[in-house]
Design a protein around this ligand. Sequence first.
Ligand code: NAD
Ligand code: DAU
Length: 359
Amino acid sequence: MQNILVTGGAGFIGSNFIRYLLHSGSAIQLVNLDALTYAGSLKNLTLIASDARYTFVHGNICDSALVPHLLRQHKIDTVVHFAAESHVDRSIHNPGQFITTNVVGTQTLLDACRQVWLEEKTVPLAEVRFHHVSTDEVYGTLKPNDPAFSEATPYAPNSPYAASKASSDHLVRAYHHTYGLPVTVTNCSNNYGPYQFPEKLIPLIILNALAGKPLPVYGDGQQIRDWLYVEDHCEAIRLVLARGRIGETYNIGGNNQPSNLEIVRQLCGLLDQLVPHSMPHESLIRFVADRPGHDRRYAIDLTKIQTELGWQPRESLTTGLRKTVEWYLSNPGWIETIQRQNNYQQWVQNNYQQRGGTS
Ligand code: NAD
Ligand code: DAU
């Protein structure tokens, strides 16, 4: 792993991954290909923007001329593919964009790698890797007593987002099986941490609470997610790149499975300590109309990645949430820019007004 192409590196996890790799002192060259959609921002990368090992390319993964050009120009040996439309609620509003980016975009990248690595052989085959970053949502939803998702759990995606990611996973598998493209896939649970766009539950709750706005909880708030601090995800991907077996899938999760309501209450408790207010922040909680087709429970079985690669999350939910809240409190400039840009207020209005007027 010397010349790495990261896609979607201006988003939440991609930007954390780039910082993680560069800060770990690796002797690498890293190209970040990002279309800077509403979810991407160069503000997420200011800490490393001038690093000589880093190059930013403003472009689209669906651009079938640009991608092979970048692979050749930078002698890329490793692709780490984060770029995606990532928000379930937006996939319910506008599924077509998810097919274009997540399915066609992934296929465009795979085809470019096939052409440049397998046909033109710009880099020795033993040195190349296509790593696909995917989600646990491809497995669908669990009943209360179902076992956690393992790598053998059948796919049963329930949202347009999950279906588009499942489709991209199948394409990655097919390019390995059919053409022998060296691939690995990780299916990860819900991430949280610094630089997460405030459409997702945890940053949305923190920012609404700080602004004294209602805290929208979908349905009864008893849905369960498996929360992972983003840096733990980055470490897991790095290990899979270093020692994961070609053609294999690894599930990644946080071993933290609180209900959404518990998460929101925990955040309120932290904010009560860190920015005391006359009323407890919990008083802002509002139950609003549920997400259509809302998956009830996710949980990850970590056995494979633990036993094969020795990975496990370092951060507990208590320490991770505290770090996250502290990060948002310390970065008002980032929050201000992100909320001003990219039609954020428009999205908040579209998504929440119809649920009971919490915007
Ligand atoms: P994000 O929405 O924060 O960032 C996505 C990035 O991709 C943005 O920078 C955006 O500009 C870029 N992008 C979108 N379309 C593009 C295109 N056509 N060409 C180039 N760049 C494009 O997403 P995230 O939360 O960081 O998720 C990253 C990846 O991890 C996604 O593939 C997602 O499915 C997966 N994932 C996310 C989570 C999570 O909890 N956030 C969990 C598991 C897996
Ligand atoms: O499981 C991995 C997935 O986690 C990733 O693949 C997705 O990219 C990522 O967005 C995330 O999906 P979720 O739908 O689980 O995340 P979100 O933060 O949108 O919602 C978390 C839970 O909180 C979910 O049950 C819906 C609920 N929720 C969400 C929002 C935005 C609320 O109750 N209120 C809200 O306002």
